[in-house]
Design a protein around this ligand. Structure first.
Ligand code: FNR
Length: 344
């Protein structure tokens, strides 16, 4: 196995270790205001979402993770089976490794093989140009492309990129000429309004703010190092709710998606309250397919949907987008963030 392949297996192993640790949800600083009357009926509830130029029957999706080795192929297969059984949209991990090592392409293509008609997103880093973006979507017959932004990960990764100067230009070219929807995402460090404004300025219409609170790639890459210790940067970046606050001013200009530390239906509903059009889960899905049969994973997914529906009854709203109109109260660190960034 070469270095890139070892890294892919390390990522899965260390991400699964992180899933075993208890963490406090950054969404705890957000509470809904309970209302004692509403007009909502269960048979009117609509849990669909609209992003990447398409209607999706689900308000959440399997976010980008893996591929590139035999082991990660097995995870991709299971994730694809869950996507196929449920109809969930799904992204692969970065296909960069398959562009330089075509012999590992099957570890990504398994996603299409097991989910031939589903909504599949290919994934690439922003250092790739338009030509590679076309190769990436062709490889999977993908419906959309995720482009990830991951500077802290590259910095702490011993073998990481050290030059990010072309990223925005590449994104601009890809968005203009790929001919498929593009979603630009973080990888768990969140986004600022400055970043979001830059992305929108080059035509990006779908943004996954992917914030801190779940899988932590500074920690993962630090665990892979032997020299220099970046443990102190374990809290780098904006949490997912902080990032959603940063994105509030751009709701009319882009479809804002949320991921990072989403564990359950309650985190999801709170993300919708802060304007997320849909929510992505990575580490949580990895742990599910690691531990459960496909059938049991499907049950968990259906339970999340039903729980979201129950929450909608309590909140008095009939659509996912309408959750953003529910009054909320913000406390603690999330309130401090909003105040010091002048968000009201
Ligand atoms: C990731 N993530 C990721 N993101 C991306 O855009 N390209 C990638 O190749 C990967 N690789 C990857 C591997 C593994 C094992 C995990 C768990 C995650 C990041 C992912 O999409 C997401 O942004 C973060 O993991 C935060 O979400 P969770 O895990 O807290 O739900």
């Amino acid at each position: 196995m070469n270095l890139a392949q070892t890294r892919k297996n390390d990522h899965v192993r260390l991400a699964l270790e992180q899933q075993r640790k208890d963490r406090v949800s950054a969404f705890n600083d957000l509470r809904f205001v309970h209302q004692s009357l509403n007009q909502v009926r269960q048979d009117h509830l609509d849990l669909s979402s609209h992003w990447a130029n398409q209607d999706h029957s689900w308000p959440f999706y399997i976010n980008g993770m893996t591929g590139g080795t035999e082991k990660t192929k097995q995870y991709n297969q299971k994730l694809a089976q869950v996507a196929h059984e449920t109809g969930l949209p799904m992204a692969t991990g970065s296909v960069s490794i398959a562009l330089s090592q075509p012999q590992v392409a099957d570890s990504f293509q398994v996603v299409r093989e097991y989910n031939p008609n589903g909504f599949v997103m290919a994934n690439l880093g922003a250092h790739h140009n338009l030509e590679n973006a076309k190769r990436a979507v062709d490889l999977l017959d993908a419906n959309a492309l995720q482009i990830h932004l991951n500077i802290p990960q590259e910095v702490v990764m011993p073998e990481g990129d050290r030059d990010y100067g072309m990223w925005l230009d590449n994104i601009s070219q890809i968005v203009a000429h790929l001919g498929l929807p593009v979603i630009v995402k973080e990888v768990g460090f969140g986004m600022s309004r400055e970043t979001i404004a830059d992305l929108i300025s080059v035509g990006v219409e779908n943004i996954d703010v992917s914030g801190r609170g779940g899988t932590n790639f500074v920690q993962i890459e630090n665990d892979r190092r032997t020299r220099l210790d970046f443990q102190d940067l374990g809290n780098w970046g904006q949490t997912t709710p902080e990032s959603l606050l940063e994105a509030l001013a751009f709701q009319d200009q882009a479809r804002i998606l949320a991921s990072g530390g989403i564990r359950s239906y309650l985190d999801m509903v709170k993300a919708y309250a802060l304007g997320a059009k849909a929510v992505g889960l990575s580490g949580r899905f990895l742990a599910l397919v690691d531990q459960l049969s496909i059938e049991d994973c499907v049950q968990v997914v259906n339970d999340w949907r039903d729980s979201i529906a129950h929450m909608m009854l309590m909140l008095g709203v009939e659509s996912i987008e309408a959750i953003a109109t529910c009054p909320v109260v913000i406390n603690g660190q999330l309130r401090d963030w909003a105040l010091s960034r002048g968000i009201d």
